[in-house]
Design a protein around this ligand. Sequence first.
Ligand SMILES: Nc1ncnc2c1ncn2[C@@H]1O[C@H](COP(=O)(O)OP(=O)(O)OP(=O)(O)O)[C@@H](O)[C@H]1O
Length: 240
Amino acid sequence: MITVKDLHKSFSKVEILKGISAEIQKGEVVVVIGPSGSGKSTFLRCLNLLEQPTSGEIMFEGEQITAKNHNINATREKMGMVFQQFNLFPHKSVLENITLAPMKVRGQSRSDAEKVADELLKTVGLQDKRNAYPSQLSGGQKQRIAIARALAMQPHVMLFDEPTSALDPEMVGEVLEVMKKLAENGMTMVIVTHEMGFAREVGDRILFMDGGRIVEEGAPDQIFSNPSHPRTREFLSKVL
Ligand SMILES: Nc1ncnc2c1ncn2[C@@H]1O[C@H](COP(=O)(O)OP(=O)(O)OP(=O)(O)O)[C@@H](O)[C@H]1O
């Protein structure tokens, strides 16, 4: 579904991504782990061109989205993204937050958009917050609404950029549960996280990044029980 070839990204002449190549298959849950500053978020943000790669190629569903004439807005509609800081619209209700883009961007009628929103609120377990405002929600609830909002666009892939890093520890579990449910329902997901237990349990494949490169990748059991690269071993010995 996504093919990345020799991706490089520099910020003011400092090279952050140093040649990343990766494949993400439909229905796969790929978890990106690695030390702080290794380029995980930059890599993820390149996938929907929130960051413009300095060089390299990204193919999404057979289209080269890095081509100069590519319409990235149409592609972004198919790539849901969830950020560390929920980014909900503070002056809109939960329902409005979820229905806004489907109505504006996809031209859905209000009643259709609200029907979808109600289903998604059920999925994330927050039907009772339909008319609440973001300021009335806990961090975990905000993030679950942010996930529902992204899903309302019926994306083909979901990108998660450290979705639990801004949460109080007691709220991490409820967000991971929702993500786990999505994975079980076959959603294609690319997830940057420091939650190693989740990575091991839910990931189909782990990419370990260090210094702007994918140093090692493999099945969770292999990476966590029997990492082959010394940097992976060193990293995991510190975080597990
Ligand atoms: N917009 C930017 N402008 C300049 N430098 C940036 C920008 N975004 C990221 N960087 C730098 O790129 C490097 C990699 O950052 P990135 O956020 O991708 O790492 P990460 O592996 O996700 O780290 P963490 O786990 O701490 O979030 C860091 O040194 C960061 O300061």
